[in-house]
Ligand binder design. Sequence first.
Ligand SMILES: [Zn+2]
Length: 260
Amino acid sequence: MGSNKMPESAITYEFSRCMQCFRPIKTCYCKYIEPFDPGIKFVFLMHPKEAFKQRTGTGRLAHLTLKDSEILIGIDFTENKRLNALLNDSNYVPLLLYPGEDAWSAQTESEGQALKEMLGSKTLLVIVVDATWFFAKKILRLSNNIRPLQKLSFKAGYKSQFQFKTQPEEGCLSTIESCYYLINELKSAGICKDVSAEPLMNIFKRMVAFQLESQKERERSGEPDRYKLAGGIRAKKAAARKAKAEAEAAAKFSNNCLDL
Ligand SMILES: [Zn+2]
């Protein structure tokens, strides 16, 4: 009696996704991830809207590749207990990975030297805001605990390989590329462990290649590009449903993170 089939919609969101990389199970990236320890602690601050994006979200892949890194989800982090515990931990020197004229670069001799002196035997804690520029600015504006941090960046001029995502301006890099270039610059300045950061670029390139292939596949099959349909009513409704599911999942995940 009865059918043991679950409604299609219930299965799709809850069970078809890898809970680590958030890719659909059949295209899970986890087997390609080679975790390594650069001797830096990375903390990714994710806007709830970014937290479960599997198509273009590279913060999660960076987190899976960087040992001793964490993801914290929120918008205003001022009262975030985990973040505040890390910021107040005297074993760490926290800096904010963020571009700007006031950002230090390890490649600038005086700033690299200042960084070394500041660190001594402590561990560098790099806070990364993993969000679109719009949301990154909002997170920074609201979070009184991270706004005063010294900014750290890298020399300009790296070009993103993120060919399928429209960046607001030339020179915008994905989160995973930013971590890659930062580690390389810190490494060459003798500030972090002498390890290869290539696992970051490897998984990123794999993701880009996979996305381009999927895009071509859609074009070949004549399937309408769901991103081009974004303005359509159906797509809008679907986006609203997805956003709701993501927000719910984010709330659940965020609660889990507090237990870490
Ligand atoms: Zn996975």
